[in-house]
Write a protein that binds this ligand. Structure first.
Ligand SMILES: *[C@@H]1O[C@H](CO)[C@@H](O)[C@H](O)[C@H]1NC(C)=O
Ligand SMILES: *[C@@H]1O[C@H](CO)[C@@H](O)[C@H](O)[C@H]1NC(C)=O
Ligand SMILES: *[C@@H]1O[C@H](CO)[C@@H](O)[C@H](O)[C@H]1NC(C)=O
Ligand SMILES: *[C@@H]1O[C@H](CO)[C@@H](O)[C@H](O)[C@H]1NC(C)=O
Ligand SMILES: *[C@@H]1O[C@H](CO)[C@@H](O)[C@H](O)[C@H]1NC(C)=O
Length: 240
């Protein structure tokens, strides 16, 4: 309870502690097992190596027969201070509340671990965060949906093929005064063609769930997509 209150009091832009989705299958591991000990070391490494990682880091603990694989990704528009605190919080949370081998998504970072090797292998396992349900309906869904589609199509090409770190943001006007702001990102261990594939599926899902809403987010292992009616991301050119 105390933990929850602290999270609510912290501005999300600093901590990134806004939980989007927690994916913890029921398969469990034993307390104080070799797996748990390795997991501890792994999460420590993900949290403490943020400064050398440029917003994306993977590490492996254990020897060849018995390994734990972990990966941390920060949203492409946040600086290393925010990244560090987000990965730190996510790692603590994942260790406390996920006694299984899985991932967690915060607004500004995601952390994943597994006992099987998953680096470089694209898997689409899209999740729809609960917060989408709090979004209002738009008043002109047809026109809005078309603009959303065009914006996301443009960002899809950029993210997969021309952006620096498989991260792109942008906006497009849909009425005299209002714009849609979009964001897309892939984990950088997959090739551009897989990034494209992942985003393409996520965007189809996003259109289905959310194209008549004032905002929507889909998170997946290797890619994330989001849009809002306000500029929810930072100007990446002012990033450290
Ligand atoms: C990553 O962090 C761990 C501490 O958890 C440290 O022992 C290790 O040297 C770091 N790796 C690099 C490449 O700095
Ligand atoms: C991280 O993943 C890359 C492949 O994307 C691999 O080359 C590298 O060895 C991995 N690093 C660790 C520490 O596992
Ligand atoms: C791998 O680790 C296990 C226990 O963690 C140990 O028993 C085994 O000897 C290790 N194997 C190698 C090749 O180091
Ligand atoms: C990092 O970003 C946060 C939130 O935008 C900001 O408060 C902080 O001053 C930034 N830190 C650095 C070192 O730029
Ligand atoms: C939004 O539209 C859907 C159907 O398109 C409807 O079921 C829902 O009640 C609407 N929500 C609000 C808040 O008007």
């Amino acid at each position: 309870m105390v933990f929850i209150i602290i999270l609510l009091l912290m501005p999300t832009t600093i901590s990134g502690a806004d939980l989007l989705f927690k994916d913890c299958p029921s398969r469990t591991y034993t307390a104080n097992s070799p797996f748990e000990n390795k997991l501890k070391l792994l999460l420590q490494s993900l949290s403490s190596n943020t400064s050398i990682s440029g917003g994306f880091y993977n590490d492996t603990i254990g020897n060849s027969s018995d390994r734990v694989y972990g990966q941390a990704l920060c949203r492409g528009d946040v600086n290393s201070t925010v990244y560090q605190s987000c990965v730190h919080d996510a790692s603590q949370d994942i260790f406390k509340s996920c006694k299984a081998q899985e991932a967690i998504w915060y607004e500004l970072c995601q952390v994943r671990y597994s006992s099987t090797q998953f680096f470089t292998m694209m898997l689409y396992d899209g999740k729809i965060p609960e917060k989408n349900k709090q979004e209002k309906n738009v008043s002109n869904p047809n026109q809005f949906g078309d603009v959303l589609k065009n914006l996301m199509k443009k960002l899809l090409e950029q993210t997969a093929y021309t952006s620096k770190h498989m991260f792109a943001t942008g906006d497009m006007k849909f009425s005299g005064r209002q714009s849609i702001y979009g964001l897309q990102q892939c984990t950088r261990d997959i090739p551009p063609s897989d990034c494209y594939k992942c985003l393409d599926i996520a965007l189809t899902e996003l259109q289905k769930c959310c194209s008549a809403l004032e905002g929507g987010t889909i998170v997946s292992r290797n890619c994330n997509v989001r849009f809002e009616l306000d500029q929810f991301f930072n100007d990446i050119y002012s990033k450290d």
